[in-house]
Write a new protein. Structure first.
Length: 280
């Protein structure tokens, strides 16, 4: 393996036997004069292919142990969520954890928005994030607040998203919370946010928000009209609730709901209210 560029004393750019570039972590790999041939690979702790140059400064500035634990967390998330995650997850997690540790050392506490909603809307991501937080605290001997699990979960959620940015993730959670509040207020119910029914409802709302953000709202054929009319007659209270939701989304975000979107909302709201709510 040829080591040809130092990032710091323990991180360097290298080329493997096939000429592919990679980043290598290992004690002292960046110390000798460049370039040089590294024949003993026993000291290499971790290798990363296809690293964007924009992350080289992170590799240079973030302590090695923070970066390696971020990579372990990213690998665990990929395995337990059983889905493709952004290849940048390791780097953004490392950056976040490093900053969180610095804040903690300075006694600076930041409030994480939508903490309650993230716990209930993304329970699997939050559960993995809690374990990740405990791992960080144990291995790095730091005392990060429990609320940091919300921030870690947000990075998982962002890495799952096609959009792949924190703004869309937070906006989605915010809109789901607002719609849930409208349902509770309009229909006089209390949604059980720990139930499977609510998780299913929240999942529908996540996809609804993503469609709206991308301008891909459902807009079925004219055959939807008769079904829509029948459903509205059968569930007039829920229909009225959906009209309020439609008005809210239109005025607040510029997202008018088609009849097909409203039809699905009526069915999902009726279902979640029928299965797991309590009258106030």
């Amino acid at each position: 393996m040829e080591i040809f560029k130092k990032i710091n004393n323990n991180v360097a750019l290298a080329r493997d036997a096939k000429g592919r570039e990679l980043v290598v972590f290992g004690k002292g790999v960046g110390f000798p004069a460049m370039p040089y041939q590294l024949d003993d690979l026993s000291n290499i702790r971790r290798t990363f292919y296809d690293v964007n140059e924009t992350y080289f400064d992170l590799l240079r500035d973030i302590p090695e142990e923070v970066f390696l634990i971020a990579d372990d967390i990213a690998d665990t998330a990929r395995e337990e969520l059983d889905c493709s995650l952004s290849p940048n997850l390791t780097y953004v997690l490392a950056d976040h954890l490093n900053f969180a540790i610095q804040r903690c050392q300075k006694g600076i506490a930041l409030h994480t928005p939508l903490a309650y909603d993230i716990r209930h809307l993304y329970p699997e991501e939050y559960s993995i994030a809690k374990e990740a937080l405990h791992l960080v605290c144990d291995r790095l001997q730091v005392d990060l607040p429990e609320e940091e699990a919300i921030s870690i979960a947000l990075h998982f959620i962002t890495a799952e998203s096609e959009v792949g940015n924190m703004h869309s993730t937070i906006l989605t959670a915010k809109v789901i919370s607002e719609i849930s509040g409208l349902v509770e207020q309009t229909l006089g119910v209390k949604l059980d946010k720990d139930s499977f029914s609510f998780s299913r409802f929240a999942m529908h709302l996540r996809y609804l928000v993503q469609r709206m953000m991308h301008g891909k709202a459902l807009n079925g054929e004219s055959g939807t009209d008769s079904m829509f009319s029948a459903i509205c007659r059968e569930y007039p209270d829920v229909y009225g609730c959906v009209q309020k939701i439609n008005d809210f989304l239109t005025k607040t975000y510029g997202w008018p709901c088609s009849k097909e979107e409203q039809l699905y909302l009526i069915m999902h709201i009726h279902r979640v209210c029928a299965e797991h709510t309590t009258k106030e």
